[in-house]
Design a protein around this ligand. Structure first.
Ligand code: AMP
Ligand code: FE
Ligand code: FE
Ligand code: ZN
Length: 306
């Protein structure tokens, strides 16, 4: 793996290793369902005292260029994405999992085509959900929901949550999810996500590495069993996101033990979404040696150094 910018290791030599290196490997911008522009994310990461931040918008790499051009001096940016996938749940059914993909070649043809398909699915599905709610008398206008999407954003349920907030139907994004937007709701419209094994292969083919995002975040919906994670590790998954705001302490311990059993890397990240979530950048962090191991495995895109 190569690192852009001469001179970085001069600054980041042994002196720096003794200090903590705050690393947050999961953050969204307005290119998906966060509220900061990519440049604002970089400024917010610096203000939060981070040394390393990853940009992981849902199903797009559209924010990479702007973020790369705005990396503050001394900081590192890990370009990435969060892929929505369908997985066996380990109990005979399927469920949604999110795959964090880092340092892949965004021009890889198969991956580019699949991300483009997923973004189209997202738009269609968001409009359908808005239409269902409008038909039931909720104060949302499907055209307005779609028109308001930030440039480059394929849209997500948080955008519908914002529309419900503007219309006075709910007070917060969380309330909108709890009442109307969750997978169990009659307003929820599923997407055809990528089979998770296919997604792991696609990212590997594009020189990237994959980490299973918030695997045991039960409050979001059904989750996979440990045996599914073992199968994904066999398929080429590199790590699991253990320290995540949606994991309580016993869940973290369980996942950490599983990761050790399966020789998976362990990450920690905030899953920052700007004002669409209450989490803070750097609220959860990743150990430097875990990041180093991820970077060593990747060859599809460079770490960007400010
Ligand atoms: P979507 O990408 O359209 O499937 O919507 C899911 C997104 O909504 C995820 O990125 C979550 O981060 C965000 N979100 C915000 N609040 C919640 C919640 N209470 N439950 C599930 N997802 C949530
Ligand atoms: Fe999100
Ligand atoms: Fe996620
Ligand atoms: Zn996320």
């Amino acid at each position: 793996m190569y690192v852009l910018t001469a001179g970085y290791f001069v600054v980041a030599g042994p002196l720096r290793q003794a200090e903590t290196v705050p690393i947050d490997l999961h953050a969204h911008t307005a290119c998906s369902d966060g509220t900061d522009s990519p440049a604002e994310l970089m400024a917010a990461a610096a203000a939060a005292g981070l040394d390393v931040v990853a940009i992981t918008d849902h199903d797009t790499s559209a924010g990479w260029a702007e973020a790369s051009a705005a990396v503050p001096a001394g900081m590192r940016l890990i370009p990435g994405a969060e892929l929505s996938c369908e997985s066996p749940d380990g109990l005979g059914g399927t469920c949604t999992v999110h795959l964090l993909a880092y340092l892949f070649d965004p021009e890889s043809p198969a991956l580019k085509a699949e991300q483009s398909r997923l973004r189209a699915e997202r738009r269609l599905r968001l409009r359908r959900m808005a239409e269902r709610m409008a038909a039931d008398g909720f104060p949302v206008d499907p055209d307005d929901v779609m028109d308001r999407l930030p440039a480059d954003s394929p849209g997500g349920r948080p955008h519908l949550a914002q529309a419900l907030m503007r219309g006075g139907a709910v007070r917060s994004v969380d309330e909108a999810f709890a009442k109307y937007l969750g997978t169990g709701s009659s307003y929820h419209v599923p997407r055809t996500d990528t089979p998770v094994g296919t997604a792991i292969d696609m990212i590997a083919d594009a020189g990237g590495v994959t980490v299973l995002a918030h695997p045991f975040a039960r409050r979001r919906g059904p989750i996979v069993t440990a045996s599914v994670i073992a199968d994904l590790a066999d398929r080429g998954l590199s790590g699991v996101e253990v320290d995540h705001p949606d994991h309580d302490e016993p869940t973290r311990q369980q996942l950490r033990a599983l990761a050790a059993d399966l020789s998976l890397l362990v990450t920690g990240s905030s899953d920052y979404h700007g004002t669409n979530k209450t989490v803070r950048l750097g609220q959860e962090t990743t150990a430097p040696e875990m990041l180093d191991a991820l970077v060593d495995k990747a060859s599809g895109a460079p770490v960007v150094v400010g």
